[in-house]
Design a protein around this ligand. Structure first.
Ligand code: PEP
Ligand code: MG
Length: 582
């Protein structure tokens, strides 16, 4: 038995066999060939490339049909890797020169590219690495004739253990047989973790050495709520965790009765409890969990994993689908936030030393107004079909809001000229996720209709803690006094300027912190759909006055640990302890 500690990324407990995906998958034995066999070897390589191409196209079509086109489009990026002439030509040259088998040379070339990409500390290249190794594994499988099962056609239930998971891995994983996943890298707010929650697959990230410690076939217990893995558990652990599983599933069943109830405190303060989504197909989950609307639609996922940018029509259709599915409930579309840990394989974005501080989100949009206005027009057009709100990410000062609003006005005029309908009263919001925006939110409030606090970024910038770096994850403290003071300041200022204030970072789904958010006067909470029932239950279990007292008290402590200790005590005294927290 061995305990591995990581970061809790997506709640739930699963017990099962591990399937470890790592670079071992592409280590092939060295085999020499005769000079006369070179043409045959090259033909074998070409056949394998053709078969891989057909295989990927088949998967793309299957996934598009079964889960949605946005998932299927991921595989277009894979097809591009397959057509990379630099790699293919190097393999052919080396087969001729070194006289080793095609699979051996191919695996060597692949490793060389992957290793040199990995040495560069750059998220964009890391995304390319997972595309390259994904495609590479398929080519080698065709070369060696190994029909090893891949993530798409698993025959039994497994817990996937990987260094990291690409969006394509997670898309294919949305199937019955992947019951959990664990990764070496990543933090609670990395997009891998956010995706796991959307798919409702229990997950632990930031385990550092899981792929070295765990072997395929090992029995593991994954506790996505506590952020732990137990490797080769004994009978005692197995029985303890089976009971925990039952308790968790009973707890979730109990939450079902909250689905159609309003999110209101005992003394009548009503909050809007919304959900975060990445893809239009998630609206079913938002509705089935009883959310009041969508508080954050991360529109950049429409741009990712595809060849070329989405057209105005593509985007309009996606936003319209979401708005119609949710109507009459409100939907907030966040204009696209690329950069940070979300990159496009096809759009030339420079490689930056500090991508989270770099050319990201609204900065990129304002520098490329032609790309940005396509999105603005699509959002405006969709606003004619329901209650749509728009918000800008990564605002650092009022100048950016003014520039963005100017482009929005241009987009409105372009539509007016073509007599295309939109909602002229659509609310416009600013995400408050940079300390400079928090400190000047009195100025920002005059330019927008609402604020949505993006704590994932606000915490990383206020505390100077990279949100996806597992080594410093212990410093990433949502309950840090600096964070609580910032929240209070933003909410109080928003209210004094007569605008409403919401929160949409992952902190909004932490049941321990809900009383503080409510007590600080937050008007809207937007969280992963799966967390909606539990947060609603907590809000309904207290009075606003109680929550105000808790928030006031929480602000008197010197450290985040003291705040957490205080909140845990409060829960033990009266508020019901959530199933997820130990
Ligand atoms: C945030 O920063 O809190 C947020 C909600 O946006 P993202 O996680 O997409 O950066
Ligand atoms: Mg953010």
């Amino acid at each position: 038995m061995k305990l591995l500690n990581g970061i809790a990324a997506s709640p739930g407990i699963v017990i099962g066999k591990a399937l470890v995906l790592d670079s071992e998958d592409i280590s092939i034995q060295q085999k020499t060939i005769k000079e006369s066999s070179i043409p045959k070897e090259i033909t074998r390589l070409q056949d394998a490339l053709t078969m891989t191409r057909a295989e990927i196209m088949g998967i793309r079509d299957k996934i598009s049909h079964e889960i949605g086109q946005e998932h299927g489009d991921i595989f277009n990026a894979h097809l591009m890797v397959l057509e990379d002439r630099v790699i293919i030509e190097e393999v052919m040259e080396r087969i001729k020169k070194e006289k080793f088998s095609a699979e051996y040379i191919f695996s060597q070339v692949l490793k060389k590219y992957i290793q040199s990409f990995l040495k560069i500390d750059d998220e964009y290249l890391r995304e390319r690495v997972s595309d390259i190794s994904d495609v590479g594994r398929r080519v080698i499988r065709h070369l060696v004739g190994d029909q090893r099962s891949s993530l798409t056609d698993l025959k039994e239930k497994v817990i996937v253990v990987a260094y990291d998971l690409s969006p394509s891995d997670t898309a294919v994983m949305n199937r019955k047989n992947v019951i959990g996943f664990a990764t070496d890298i990543g933090g609670r707010t990395s997009h891998t973790a956010i995706m796991a929650k959307s798919l409702e697959i229990p997950a632990v990230v930031g385990l550092e050495k899981a792929t070295h410690t765990i072997k395929t076939g090992d029995l593991i217990i994954l506790d996505g709520s506590a952020g732990t893995i137990i490797l080769n558990p004994g009978a005692a652990e197995l029985s303890k965790y089976r009971q925990e599983q039952l308790r968790y599933s009973d707890f979730n069943k109990g939450l079902k009765r909250f689905k159609d109830l309003p999110c209101i405190t005992k003394d009548g303060r009503r909050l809007e409890l919304a959900a975060n989504i990445e893809l239009p197909s998630e609206t079913d989950s938002v509705l089935s969990h009883g959310a009041d609307g969508i508080g954050l639609y991360r529109s950049e996922f429409l741009y990712m994993n595809r060849v070329g940018l989405p057209s105005e029509e593509d985007q309009y259709q996606a936003y319209k689908t979401v708005v119609l599915a949710m109507a009459p409930k409100p939907v907030i579309v966040r204009t696209f936030d690329l950069g940070g840990d979300k990159f496009l394989s096809h759009l030339e974005m420079p490689h930056e030393m500090n991508p989270f501080l770099g050319w990201r989100a609204i900065r990129f949009c304002l520098a490329t107004p032609d790309i940005f206005k396509v999105q603005l027009r699509a959002i405006l057009r969709a606003s004619a079909h329901g209650k749509l709100r728009l918000m800008y990410p990564m605002i650092s000062g009022v100048g950016e809001v003014r520039q963005a609003n100017k482009l929005l006005e241009e987009a409105r005029n372009e539509l007016r000229a073509k007599r295309i309908h939109f909602d002229p009263k659509m609310e416009i919001g600013a995400m408050i996720e940079i300390p400079s925006a928090a400190l000047t939110c009195d100025i920002l409030a005059s330019e927008v209709d609402f604020f949505s606090i993006g704590t994932n970024d606000l915490i990383q910038y206020a505390l100077a803690v990279d949100r996806i770096n597992e080594k410093i994850a212990y410093l990433y403290e949502p309950a840090h006094p600096a964070v609580l003071r910032l929240l209070k300041m933003i909410i109080d200022t928003g209210h004094s300027k007569k605008i409403w204030v919401g929160i949409c970072g992952e902190m909004s789904g932490d049941p321990l912190l809900t009383p503080v958010l409510v007590g600080l006067g937050i008007d809207e909470i937007s969280t992963s759909p799966v967390m909606v029932p539990e947060i609603k239950k907590i809000v309904r279990s207290m009075t606003f006055t109680e929550a105000e007292d808790i928030a006031k008290h929480a602000l008197t402590f010197n450290t985040g640990d003291e705040v957490i200790h205080f909140l845990k005590t409060k829960y033990q005294q009266g508020l019901r302890l959530s199933a997820g927290k130990k």
